[in-house]
Design a protein around this ligand. Structure first.
Ligand SMILES: NC(=O)c1ccc[n+]([C@@H]2O[C@H](COP(=O)([O-])OP(=O)(O)OC[C@H]3O[C@@H](n4cnc5c(N)ncnc54)[C@H](OP(=O)(O)O)[C@@H]3O)[C@@H](O)[C@H]2O)c1
Length: 285
């Protein structure tokens, strides 16, 4: 390990994004992953101990309560992890002089927009999950002066369960699938997001960012693309959100403008379909 390597501590290291991040460790940027078993973010003492032990330059905070529907039934737990857990990390990071990069979500918006949300648009979360993630943002902003908030959407990748894997599994079992077409947004490949987070955490360009793969689609179009790119012949039927009610409301319009990426001179993430192609290739490999 080189003497001037940067060290980034990853929370939620066993999650979908966390595993991708840890895999990107290199001689230049060392990623130290702590899963929930090593660091429960709801415990301030554990946060302090972990940061004191690793002494990271920055924390990439990918741990979260992510069960969107379940959160409606257990709001206390969702807030405890997403709001108070983020507060604890903000306190510990400040004490260690570490930057903190918090991964947040498109669910902070109400989803009734008609043009892409930018980083300074008013938030108005509609679900417990969205509200608890927004509460984490607010606590972080009030406690830290060296923070990044990175809102992303429709995340998928090699690790954990996600929409792409579900579609591939259904295709192996059925002749047709029905997918909602009245929710639109941008899919995000964990690999591309992780690369951006690592780049961002090395800078001092603090603030709020929107980061997803570029371009827009509905879940229905995303499913069609997954099948087309995989060479799978399956009937794909569109349906409406109303036909499949869920405990937590889903935003109809989740499109985010990546103004902060542009304004700070970063390279935007590649188009979603290109990323999907790369992911499917990686899955095959
Ligand atoms: N997935 C999406 O579509 C999406 C969209 C927008 C934003 N995001 C955000 O992106 C980030 C990464 O999401 P993901 O898809 O990687 O989620 P994930 O796979 O559910 O990973 C989250 C990880 O956090 C861990 N965790 C939960 N409570 C914890 C605690 N108290 N202390 C420490 N770790 C805890 C979980 O551990 P257990 O498995 O033990 O619970 C899990 O390993 C999250 O901040 C999420 O809000 C995700």
């Amino acid at each position: 390990m080189s003497g001037n390597a940067l060290t980034l501590l990853v929370t939620g290291a066993n999650g979908q994004l966390g595993q991708e991040l840890v895999r990107m460790s290199s001689d230049r940027v060392r990623l130290v992953g702590y899963g929930r078993d090593q660091l429960d973010i709801t415990d301030l003492k554990q946060c302090r101990e972990a940061l004191a032990a690793v002494r990271p330059d920055a924390v990439i905070h990918a741990a979260a309560y992510t069960a969107v529907d379940k959160a409606e039934a257990e709001p206390d737990e969702a807030y405890r992890v997403n709001a108070l857990g983020t507060r604890n990390l903000a306190i510990a990071a400040r004490e260690q002089g570490a930057k903190l990069c918090y991964v947040s979500t498109d669910y902070v918006f109400n989803g009734r927009g008609t043009s892409p949300y930018n980083e300074y648009d008013n938030t108005d979360p509609q679900s417990v999950y969205g509200k608890s993630k927004r509460a984490g943002e607010v606590l972080l902003q009030s406690l830290s002066d060296r923070y990044f908030i990175v809102r992303t959407s429709w995340v998928y990748g090699k690790y954990g369960n996600n929409f792409v894997k579900t579609m591939l599994k259904l295709a192996a079992e059925r002749d047709s699938v029905t997918v909602v077409e009245d929710q639109i947004g941008s899919p995000t490949y964990t690999y591309d997001l992780a690369k951006f987070l690592i780049e961002l955490a090395q800078t001092e360009a603090y603030g709020i960012y929107h980061a997803s793969n570029t371009g827009v689609c509905s879940w229905y179009e995303f499913a069609q693309a997954i099948f087309e790119e995989s060479g799978i012949a399956i009937r794909t039927e569109p349906c409406t959100t109303e036909q499949f009610p869920r405990p937590a409301p889903r935003p109809a319009y989740s499109v985010m403008d990546h103004a902060a990426i542009r304004q700070n001179g970063f390279t935007d993430l590649r188009p979603w379909r290109e990323a999907l192609r790369a992911f499917l290739k990686e899955l095959e490999g």
